[in-house]
Design a binder for this molecule. Structure first.
Ligand code: FRU
Length: 537
């Protein structure tokens, strides 16, 4: 029992027990948010996949319903895999999902409809007789043919969806078109593809406004001042990558901007444990919201002992960065309703080696917002040319939080034990590279637990911020076994899963620290205890 509880999250989405993976079919419909998710009703490991279903009025409190889609038919007998919801004209929701038909994992696309459109929870879903809607034609890889997107409508009145796939090592987003949502025809060309990226899982394709934070419905493709985002989940690295680009509706092609690259060198929604995400347009607040799955980093045996595995990250609002080159992401404002007791620090200097405890809040369940400032960039350490080619992750694993630097490392020590036997640092380190500064944001699990056998990666990303103001901001959401961090207003997000042995519940502490020779000020720090929602499944 203790095992089950000590690392369970309290304000992240989790069912009572068992395994979950991808968020599916998120939507806002008639005043209710729906979240479906890949679920194993029999255990804490992947398998027997059905669609779990929960509803919410605020994206914070959740009520579990009966599973929405279960294997019952020849076309989904071996699993009901990921898919998406579309709200058709006349306010009619429909869900497309992947059915696995045999032991070879042959995949087809099916649809379900609400049994009773007047049921506010849309609890029961029926499988019409004309399923499956889509089977792989010759030339399409039948075992890599899955995860249909939300549909969008073109000027010609035809619906379009993407299906993730590959041909050998080329990742592909196939485009299918339909007039009536029933008969689908594969377009001559995929919407997009890229060699040597492997299978594309869970594609997501949507418009974003060039300016402002307003979200757009998937079918708003003809709007002025719109860019497009294509996200794919690469199962070789298990991260979600996206490009920002242009969609040419007349030829149904998507071309990433020259500031975006496809594949594992590209932009990520999150530089940590975050996969198979899906976004949806929330018409009640005109925003686009992103859900993502955060897998466990402990062992399979631990999961079985805990009786659960997998959480959904806190929903994030996403919009285009004013620089037009990337997205920004920020926890939905509703999370702030869970804020309880607050502590503040103002203008507190941290010299090299200083560790400041942030007392008075529940450090295992908290929200921390901090702005650091520094007098100059002069002390930024030169990045040795032999390290210049390293990606952020590798650089972070070589330059940990305890290794002294010039400007940084400084940041937070989350889920820390009283004597710092355990801690998960979220920190910044500034380097002087060839022509510019490189700003590394790390969320480093390597000292997170005294337990053996855990996966403890040094996750990191580079921040592309202008340091002219000599300030950097950071926010972390801490929830027992997860730390979700947002650097520079959501330019870089990093989610870490950690399993402290000592820094558990009331024994967890929170600190700010500086291990750089340059003095760093905590200009403002606000930290809150976070209350658990009233209802969580
Ligand atoms: C991604 C994924 C999807 C698939 C589902 C199966 O995590 O592999 O491609 O539909 O999970 O559970």
């Amino acid at each position: 029992k203790v095992k089950q509880l000590e690392h369970r999250t309290h304000y992240h989405f989790q069912p009572q027990k068992h395994w979950i993976n991808d968020p599916n079919g998120p939507m806002y419909y008639n005043g209710i948010y729906h979240l479906f998710y890949q679920y194993n009703p029999y255990g804490a490991v992947w398998g027997n996949i059905i669609w779990g279903h929960s509803v919410s009025m605020d994206l914070i409190n959740w009520k579990a319903l009966q599973p929405a889609i279960k294997p019952t038919k020849p076309y989904d007998r071996h699993g009901c895999w990921s898919g998406s919801a579309t709200i058709l004209p006349g306010n009619k929701p429909v869900i497309l999902y992947t059915g696995v038909v045999d032991e070879n994992k042959t995949q087809v696309q099916n649809y379900v409809l609400p049994k009773n459109i007047n049921d506010p929870y849309l609890e029961e879903w029926i499988k019409p007789d004309d399923n499956p809607l889509l089977v792989a034609e010759p030339g399409v890889n039948r075992t890599a043919f899955r995860d249909p997107t939300t549909a969008w409508m073109g000027r010609d009145g035809h619906w379009r969806i993407l299906i993730g796939s590959r041909r050998k090592h080329t990742g592909i987003a196939y485009l299918y078109k339909s007039k009536d949502f029933i008969k689908w025809v594969k377009a001559k060309h995929p919407l997009h593809s890229k060699d040597r990226t492997g299978n594309w899982e869970c594609p997501d394709f949507f418009p974003v406004a060039r300016e402002g934070k307003k979200g757009l419905d998937n079918s708003m493709i003809e709007e002025q001042n719109v860019k497009f985002v294509l996200k794919v989940s690469l199962d070789t690295t298990r991260y979600d990558y996206y490009t920002v680009g242009k969609y040419f509706p007349e030829i149904d092609r998507y071309i990433p901007d020259n500031t975006s690259v496809d594949g594992w060198k590209g932009l990520r929604y999150d530089y940590g444990n975050f996969y198979a995400s899906k976004s949806f347009f929330d018409a009640s607040k005109n925003r686009r919201i992103l859900w993502g799955w955060s897998n466990e980093s402990d062992t399979k045996m631990d999961d079985v002992e805990k009786g659960w595995a997998g959480i959904q990250t806190i929903p994030r609002r996403i919009w285009l960065h004013p620089n037009g080159k990337q997205l920004l992401a920020w926890p939905i404002e509703e999370v702030e309703s869970l804020r309880g007791r607050r502590v503040q620090l103002r203008n507190e200097n941290m010299k090299k080696g200083d560790v400041v405890e942030i007392k008075g809040i529940t450090a295992a369940q908290a929200d921390v917002e901090v702005v650091f400032s520094f007098p100059s960039l002069d002390k930024a350490e030169p990045l040795h040319p032999s390290l210049d080619h390293l990606d952020a992750h590798e650089l972070c694993s070589r330059k940990g939080s305890s290794l002294h630097g010039g400007l940084g490392p400084f940041g937070l020590l989350t889920l820390a034990s009283g004597k710092l036997e355990e801690y998960t640092p979220v920190f910044v380190r500034v380097f002087k590279a060839k022509n510019k500064h490189k700003i590394l944001l790390c969320s480093d699990a390597s000292s997170s637990s005294l337990k053996k056998g855990l996966y403890k990666p040094s996750f990191a990303g580079f921040l592309d911020v202008d340091l002219a103001k000599k300030k950097l901001s950071l926010r972390s959401l801490i929830d027992h076994s997860v730390v979700e961090s947002f650097g520079a207003g959501g330019e870089v997000c990093i989610t870490s899963r950690v399993y402290p042995a000592l820094a558990v519940s009331d024994n967890a502490h929170l600190y700010a620290f500086n291990n750089g020779s340059e003095t760093v000020a905590i200009e403002t720090l606000d930290a809150w205890s976070i209350k658990g929602p009233k209802f969580m499944n």
